[in-house]
Write a protein that binds this ligand. Structure first.
Ligand SMILES: C[S@@+](CC[C@H](N)C(=O)[O-])C[C@H]1O[C@@H](n2cnc3c(N)ncnc32)[C@H](O)[C@@H]1O
Length: 185
């Protein structure tokens, strides 16, 4: 079923540094990302989290960023170049059918899906591809906006992630969000 996609103008708002007052990527992601890691930003948009993730993994790490919308990917590439982080980033456009991460099989230490699952037309396929990419004991942090996603809907999302080989570890506190930190088993 087709779902509403985040418009490009909202992409610019989401990338605003002012958002750090509510969601600070460094504090949010510091417990999970270490230097040298291979990490994945699913539905990266213009890279509010991706650029912080690129700083956190350092020169020896890599951030894979995927988004459905060409414009999001284009803008993120420019921002990554400007911040001189492009060398440690792999920024890709995907399709509604495939996340375009088949080559990452079992390589990802940490994946973030922030405010994306509720836009995905086929969440089962989404979790299938994510599960293939994340290594055993790798982590997946799901974050969904409370305003868009009900508790019941979020529980269904966690259940789907479980069906695809993840176990729930905890629900970190993130402002205005429903969250789940999962581990690949
Ligand atoms: C609300 S934005 C969130 C962006 C970013 N994760 C953040 O938290 O700032 C959702 C993004 O997910 C992307 N998206 C939606 N469905 C997708 C899919 N099936 N695969 C990859 N990206 C998708 C949209 O294009 C949009 O850029």
């Amino acid at each position: 079923m087709a779902k509403d996609l985040c418009p490009v103008w909202v992409g610019y708002l989401l990338a605003s540094p002012l958002r750090k007052l509510i969601q600070n990527p460094d504090t949010m992601l510091d417990p999970y990302i270490k230097q040298g890691m291979q990490v994945l930003d699913l539905g990266c948009a213009m890279g509010f989290f991706s650029l912080a993730m690129a700083r956190m993994v350092g020169q020896g790490g890599r951030v894979y960023c995927v988004d459905l919308q060409e414009k999001m990917v284009q803008v993120l590439k420019k921002r990554a170049q400007k911040k001189q982080l492009i060398d440690r980033m792999d920024i890709r456009q995907c399709s509604p059918e495939s996340l375009n991460i088949e080559d990452l099989q079992g390589r990802i230490d940490f994946a973030l899906a922030s405010a994306v699952v509720h836009e995905v037309p086929d969440p089962a396929s989404f979790f299938h591809h994510v599960s293939q990419a994340v290594k055993i004991q790798g982590k997946l942090l799901l974050v969904e906006p409370k305003g868009h996603v009900t508790t019941t809907e979020f529980d269904e999302t966690i259940s789907l992630a479980r069906d695809h080989g993840f176990k729930l570890l905890e629900t970190p506190k993130i402002s205005m969000s429903r969250t789940a930190l999962l581990e690949k088993i």
